[in-house]
Design a protein around this ligand. Structure first.
Ligand SMILES: [Fe+2]
Length: 140
């Protein structure tokens, strides 16, 4: 979708600089599925839940309705990706007899994960299965 949209603007995917922090974390956690689930879907992709709405609004304000619509699809899909991470993270913690919230904190420190910083997209995070104690979410 993005590649096609860029093409319509006279650009191609790769024409603009982008960070690769998601892939760096994917590589760093390649030896442990628990660390992978904690830090790729539940941290890096979950960050997408927080930042996509404001990016979407900026694109819409700039008049790029097509790009804004693509962001809506990405946000919807990302909730599913993060939910998969939450599901398997919980499964792996139970299997290994680990407490999920403390384990997350120690993995985040061990792998130097980006520090969680608001504003959070609480509705999207809830929809993706984050529990109240994990992110100090107020009860709905
Ligand atoms: Fe994703």
């Amino acid at each position: 979708m993005l590649a096609e949209h860029l093409q319509g603007q006279g650009y191609a995917y790769g024409d603009f600089p982008a960070h690769s922090s998601l892939w760096e974390m994917t590589d760093k956690t390649r030896h442990d599925i628990l660390a992978r689930m904690a830090l790729v879907p539940r941290t890096m992709e979950a960050r997408g839940l927080d930042v996509v709405p404001s990016l979407r609004d900026k694109l819409a304000q700039a008049g790029d309705k097509e790009a804004a619509a693509i962001m809506d699809i990405i946000l919807r899909d990302e909730i599913g990706h993060v939910a998969i991470g939450n599901r398997w993270y919980g499964y792996l913690c139970a299997q290994r007899g680990l407490e999920p919230v403390e384990t997350y904190a120690s993995l985040a420190a061990e792998y130097a994960a980006p520090v969680l910083r608001g504003p959070f997209n609480l509705d999207a995070r809830r929809a993706a299965g984050f529990s109240e104690p994990e992110f100090n979410l107020p009860p709905k």
